[in-house]
Design a protein around this ligand. Structure first.
Ligand SMILES: Nc1ncnc2c1ncn2[C@@H]1O[C@H](COP(=O)(O)OP(=O)(O)OP(=O)(O)O)[C@@H](O)[C@H]1O
Ligand SMILES: [Mg+2]
Length: 502
């Protein structure tokens, strides 16, 4: 046979389109040429494969070898095709007797010795292979990640020779056994560590219930960052589907998911000096950014006014529609980015404005300037905005127990989330249009109340809807089908930045 076909998959965002590697041997000047939009690392695979074959005792045929990566119009990058190319050459040159099964996909970079190396982004490929009913040959280090799929045969291949012996039927490789039911590690910071701050804890709970964005404003050292780090501990575990989506993004970004923690919601805290690309994603081959790594989880923006305004502005679109498309000259990629924002800031540059002491030297103008660094549209997208004042001395140093643990609060959050799931199939933060009107209906008197609050605070239509969603979450927490007046007034009270008028 002088023609062989092997299978692999390319990486296109979180998708993994099938690639067929066709290898053809012909008479002519000896050499290897790769066609089908291969990028640099794929081109270099010629040299790696040649050395790996020689060092494993195979012969590199002294013929004209053409390798076509089909479909031709799909760009291919990275070193993941090495193994499939090497096996293709072996089959085409008759050094492996049979054609390779149409159901086996081959993944791996080859070392010059013929050893295999793991690749990044195996999970999207494994998920797609599972859907296609295929099996996978891959480096043992890629097993934990590929093993997150439920029903997929995985052949660990440490060396090219192992796979060739397997394909010859001499030494079959035993498929990897799955790490079943890995224990979930619960090592998240606990809410009980935070003393006092009952009000802030209540709001944190509401944010967890409806997946609402939350802004904490207060003087230094009152526990804002502490509280933010405790949000993931209040959130229910991700469902399997959610966790697979999030893990696939991490995999593409080069962070193999940890099977012991992969159901925990991500918590990403990019520093305020981070660039727009780091935050939303980008690069020549667009990689996911922090907002996509936070998919189904939390994005923590500490010291919010310190972020570059242009960087914050790029958040506006994904905050609204839950995806981000990164368009570059050569190609574009769309990544999911459905995240919950928790942000913290001081009320002014000194940090102590409005705390009742004389410490703040800022003029009202300076305070306004500082707070205005957060643009109106971004503010509008933050449902809950509250002050976190310094805890009282006796709260901080008293002997009294500190309050509920995260586990207790999480149970309430879970129950309220189930109500939302049953009613509308998603969290309250995502309610729009007809659904918003249907599920957040107010009683007559309450409609007037909200209308006058909107007038007084000068709120936008978006802020109006956000109040309704928060009120819905408060009602869900109280297991109430209707939004009552108390729920509504509480929701209105959480638009702190609007109320200070800055
Ligand atoms: N309410 C609290 N209960 C227990 N410890 C607290 C509390 N508030 C602050 N602390 C202690 O103070 C430290 C600083 O808290 P944290 O970093 O959360 O403050 P912050 O409000 O984020 O301040 P900054 O505005 O300076 O960022 C914590 O690590 C903790 O030890
Ligand atoms: Mg802080």
């Amino acid at each position: 046979m002088s023609l062989a076909r092997t299978l692999c998959r390319a990486a296109a965002g979180v998708a993994a389109p099938q690639v067929t590697i066709e290898t053809h041997l012909a008479n002519g000047l000896p050499g290897i040429s790769i066609v089908g939009l291969p990028e640099k690392a794929v081109q270099e695979s010629r040299d790696r494969v040649r050395c790996a074959l020689q060092n494993s005792g195979f012969e590199v045929p002294k013929r004209r070898i053409t390798i076509h990566l089909a479909p031709a119009d799909l760009p291919k990058q990275g070193s993941r095709f090495d193994l499939a190319i090497a096996i293709g050459i072996l089959v085409a040159s008759g050094q492996l007797p049979q054609p390779v099964s149409e159901e086996l996909e081959l993944y791996g970079e080859l070392a010059l010795s013929g050893e295999l190396r793991p690749i990044t982004g195996i999970l999207p490929a494994a998920l797609a292979a599972q859907t296609a009913g295929h099996s996978l040959a891959l480096h043992p280090d890629n097993l934990p990640e590929a093993g997150l799929t439920e029903d997929l045969t995985l052949y660990p291949v440490p060396h090219l020779l192992n796979l060739s012996a397997h394909l010859r039927g001499r030494t079959p490789i035993t498929p990897a056994t799955r790490l079943s039911a890995t224990p979930v590690v619960q090592d998240l910071p606990d809410l009980a560590d935070v003393r006092g701050q009952a009000h802030a804890k209540r709001v944190l709970e509401i944010a967890a219930v409806g997946q609402h964005n939350l802004l904490l404003i207060g003087p230094p050292g009152t526990g804002k960052s502490m509280l933010a780090h405790r949000l993931p501990g209040l959130l229910p575990e991700m469902t399997r589907t959610e966790a697979l989506e999030t893990a696939a993004i991490a995999s593409v970004a080069g962070y193999p998911p940890d099977p012991a923690r992969w159901r925990q919601r991500p918590f990403r805290a990019p520093h305020h000096t981070c660039s727009g690309v780091a935050l939303v994603g980008g690069g020549g081959h667009p990689k996911p950014g922090e907002i996509s790594l936070a998919h189904h989880g939390v994005l923590f923006l500490d010291e919010l006014p310190e972020y570059d305004n242009r960087v914050l502005d790029v958040l506006r679109e994904p905050m609204e529609n839950g995806t981000i498309t990164i368009a570059r000259a050569a190609r574009s990629a769309t990544y999911p980015a459905r995240f919950q924002v928790i942000a913290a800031m001081n009320p002014c540059r000194d940090g102590y404005y409005g705390d009742g002491s004389e410490r703040c030297q800022c003029t009202p103008d300076q305070v306004r300037q500082y707070q205005n660094r957060i643009s109106g549209p971004l503010r509008d997208r933050i449902d809950l905005q509250i002050q976190v004042p310094a805890p009282r001395h006796e709260e901080l140093f008293g002997e009294t127990p500190t309050g509920e643990s995260s586990a207790v609060v999480r149970q309430r959050v879970q129950a309220a989330r189930e109500r939302q799931q049953q009613r509308q199939g998603h969290s309250n933060a995502l309610l729009t249009g007809n659904k918003l009107e249907a599920h957040c209906r107010l009683q007559q008197a309450d409609q007037h109340l909200l209308a006058s609050a909107v007038d007084q605070l000068g709120l936008s239509a978006r802020a109006y809807h956000r109040i309704l969603r928060v009120a819905r979450s408060i009602a869900d927490l109280a297991a109430s089908d209707v939004i009552q007046c108390a729920h509504l007034t509480e929701a209105i009270s959480y638009r702190q930045l609007d109320r200070t008028g800055h």
